[in-house]
Design a protein around this ligand. Structure first.
Ligand code: GNR
Ligand code: NI
Length: 174
């Protein structure tokens, strides 16, 4: 297994639509394992392939309680097939937008169709943090970020802050 580097906003790859996988082979399964290792190490509750610079429609998540046994989930070519009218609001963060947390409103429950790590077609329904996280990850596959749900003034402030953070980090490693 390998821990991978997580891209940080702004980065063009985080704004690019990822390509369907279609064939779930050993290379995809290795990628899934590396993504899970990277997510747990971060630590985060989800990670989408574009966040590590791989432009494929794959994400992993684990929204189990910290004290409970891990429940790793990998979804390949996921599609939301149903979303509830009812919404819920969560304070979201993103490993690609460090130190920014904002309340975002999304459908409270979603049904997702996807391929599992064996390439089998499956469906699963999520609520709570699972529903929020699955939608956050599927957005990543379409080049969409949680800050896109904020007003343009707030979003530009975050973009400026992230650019500054990146500049400072680049200087440190000079
Ligand atoms: O670790 C994460 N936590 C989180 C909290 C609320 C809503 C969404 C998330 S996903 C995030 C990890 C990440 O950036 N996934 O793309
Ligand atoms: Ni994210």
């Amino acid at each position: 297994m390998a821990k991978l580097e997580i891209l940080e906003y702004p980065d063009d790859r985080l704004r690019t639509k990822a390509a369907p996988v279609v064939a779930v082979d050993d290379e995809v399964r290795t990628l899934v394992d590396d993504m899970l290792e990277t997510m747990y190490a971060a630590p985060g509750v989800g990670l989408a392939a574009p966040q590590i610079g791989v432009m494929k429609r794959i994400f992993v998540m684990d929204v189990a309680d910290k004290e409970a046994p891990p429940e790793p989930v990998a979804m390949i070519d996921p599609q939301v097939v149903w979303a509830s009218e009812e919404t819920s609001t969560y304070e979201e963060g993103c490993l690609s937008i460090p130190e920014i947390y904002e309340e975002i409103t999304r459908p409270a429950r979603v049904r997702v169709k996807f391929l599992d790590r064996d390439g089998a077609e499956r469906e699963a329904e999520f609520d709570g943090l699972g529903a929020t996280c699955a939608q956050h990850e599927i957005d990543h596959l379409d080049g969409k970020l949680f800050i896109d749900y904020l007003g343009s003034v707030k979003r530009s402030l975050i973009t400026q802050k992230m650019k500054k953070l990146k500049r400072e980090r680049a200087k440190e490693t000079d």
